[in-house]
Design a binder for this molecule. Sequence first.
Ligand code: A3P
Length: 324
Amino acid sequence: LASAPPLALADKYFQLRPDELNPLWGNPCDDIRHRRIWSKSKWCGTLPKVLVIGPQKTGSTALYTFLAMHPALSPNLPSPTTYEELQFFNNNNYLKGLDWYLNFFPPSLGNNTQMTFEKSATYFDGELVPRRAHALLPNAKVIVILISPSKRAYSWYQHIRSHGDPVANNYTFHTVITANDSAPKPLKDLRNRCLNPGKYSHYLERWLAEFSSHQLHIIDGSLLRSEPAAVMNTLQKFLKIPHIDYNKLLKFDPKKGFFCQAVSNEKTKCLGKSKGRVYPPMSELSAKFLKKYYTPHNTALSKILVRLGRPVPQWLKDELSSNG
Ligand code: A3P
């Protein structure tokens, strides 16, 4: 009986099982055999119980900030490389492994009674994310936040423009969203990145293929903007955490034009300049184009919400109305 050296053996193994080249991390603490061979100094108790998955530009930072104010919840430590978001499940950070992820959830994070949570707004439309997230966190509660996909696309365009994206700075919003398949590749790529995340029904179905609908909470982002305390109230019930009154924690700041953290009777602490940007309203032509573009996706979203017994947001009713 002979065997090849370990590296040659590994090469052979992956030739036979190419599908296993991409890892899928499970929770080592869920399997006694894995736990036994894992280092004694490792832990899994602080892995997140709640994931806020976005998509981008829907109010996910406001939601994250409001959640972090709750005494029963504790966010991950910030990442020095990806702004405050870890973006573990959707990009190459995943290949850095569980140790990397756990660095942001050390045993000292929060106190014993707090639930840990993570927010990465790019999780929503990441192709591999639902499967990867479910493999590691099968019991997690997943929070989605949705606004009108047309508004989301416009906000995203403004966002990357202000980050100096050369393509966005070269083309108007209308040119980006109406680019056809014969347009230059950078323009088509930008169009896709701008429009695709707004096809909410497609991505929601992918999450629902992995997570039970009871684990999924859908927030109306425009309601979070206008009535954050009411939205946070419902969310606390979903998370089964003690009720705190967000009316006392948040205050509308007329200068910012948004609800902010109430610091004292007069003072508020608002999100930074990049949240709640000031830009001209979308042209009627673009609004009309997008309304039509998103109609099949919005119709499918409405059907999902009805199927799940969830409320249909006013913005969705407006987008689906013939004259709205
Ligand atoms: P705009 O800057 O285009 O207005 P995200 O955090 O997911 O990137 O979303 C950013 C959007 O959150 C902002 O888009 C803003 O409209 C919205 N938002 C909702 N509530 C907010 C709040 N309390 N403070 C600031 N922005 C808020």
